[in-house]
Design a protein. Structure first.
Length: 361
């Protein structure tokens, strides 16, 4: 299939609500064949694993790229000089950042819209939003900035606003004014942003001894977690604090699990219980594997998450993460970063990938 045919097939597939496992498998194999043909690094890795479009008959057997390969190699079917959008992972100054190449954002945007409408909006057409993260003009290579900018454009009311700035960080007077307006008028309000932005907000509210009771229908979306931040907070403590300080029930506090190396997101149905069950739309599948063998571990056992996202058609649809999880009915529970033997297994998988690719980038 050509790139244009892949994009057309995906846009149609994403819109459908009657897809079967066989439909997913068929399109996954077509995308694998496309990536095998046009992505040299990925093709060499697949061949080293004994996996080709002629031998692979199910999406579970499509080789998954270790997520750190996005930092070391150029993974793109389209030549990078023809790419219209590049999303980059966050990183400290001077560190190597992973890159995800998008020849068009049509599929990425459609994936976000359809999934966000169903999982976060849940029947509401538009809601006033406060965004605790810079927009895509400030961070043009951030997938999260693009995600939140699109959320406001598609689902926010006209008075939705970004409530952070490069100069001052959280713009607390404007944020508190918006929260007071929602509280006094009864208009539902949504706060969305990086998890750690909410920690800063909660700390400042505690310092100023401020509390709000947002009206029914209000909701919160956080993403990113707390690893590598100046302080960590346990999930139960975090969601209890959101309920206590903002009046939003834990069942309306949604965590979005996404990454630059994918084009789709996973959501839970609230955090009344942690860790919640996360799941994705019909165009993604997830496995929990032993990273040394790539084989699925039994349901209920901890392993490493592999995600297969059909919408990520240009780079690599299947990725081996460094996230620990356990498969349960309806999805998986995310348990944090891998450690011990699983961490070593992910490192070995990456070494195998680089050895097989044999390309100087």
């Amino acid at each position: 299939m050509t790139e244009a045919a892949i994009i057309s097939a995906l846009l149609t597939f994403l819109q459908r609500d009657d897809t079967t496992d066989a439909d997913f498998n068929r399109l996954a194999l077509e995308i694998f064949a496309y990536q095998f043909e046009h992505n040299l690094s990925y093709r060499r890795f697949a061949i080293q694993r004994g996996r080709t479009p002629l031998t692979v008959k199910s999406w579970q057997k499509i080789p998954a790229v270790p997520i750190t390969a996005f930092k070391d190699l150029t993974l793109s079917c389209r030549p990078v000089e023809e790419i219209s959008a590049v999303f980059m992972t966050s990183g400290t100054t001077g560190s190597v950042r992973g890159r995800s190449y998008h020849p068009t954002l049509d599929v990425w945007k459609q994936s976000m819209r359809l999934n966000f409408r169903r999982r976060f909006m849940a029947g509401t057409e538009r809601i006033r939003m406060g965004i605790l993260f810079p927009d895509n003009r400030a961070l043009p290579n951030s997938s999260l900035a693009h995600y939140l900018t699109l959320a406001v454009a598609e689902f926010g009311t006209a008075n939705s606003e970004v409530l952070v700035s490069a100069d001052s960080g959280l713009e607390l007077p404007r944020l508190f004014a918006a929260l007071e307006h929602a509280e006094s008028t009864g208009e539902p309000y949504a706060l969305l942003g990086a998890s750690y932005s909410f920690v800063h907000l909660l700390d400042e509210m505690q310092r100023q001894q401020r509390r709000f009771r947002l009206p029914a229908g209000s909701r919160i979306l956080d993403t990113g977690g707390f690893k590598g931040q100046s302080r960590e907070i346990q999930p139960d403590e975090f969601y209890d604090a959101l309920t206590d300080m903002l009046g939003v029930p834990r069942s309306r506090c949604i965590n979005m699990y996404g990454m630059t190396e994918l084009s789709s997101q996973y959501y839970d149905d609230g955090n009344a219980v942690c860790p919640p069950v996360k799941s994705g739309p019909h165009w993604v599948r997830s496995r929990v594997v032993n990273p040394l063998t790539g084989e699925d571990v039994p349901e209920g056992e901890v392993g490493v998450l592999v995600h297969h996202d059909l919408a990520h058609f240009n780079c690599a649809a299947a990725i081996l993460t460094e996230d620990a999880g356990v498969r349960v009915e309806g999805g998986f529970r995310l348990l944090g970063r891998v450690a011990g033997a699983d961490a070593r297994g992910c490192s070995l998988a990456m070494e195998d990938f680089l050895r097989a690719a044999q390309v100087t980038q």
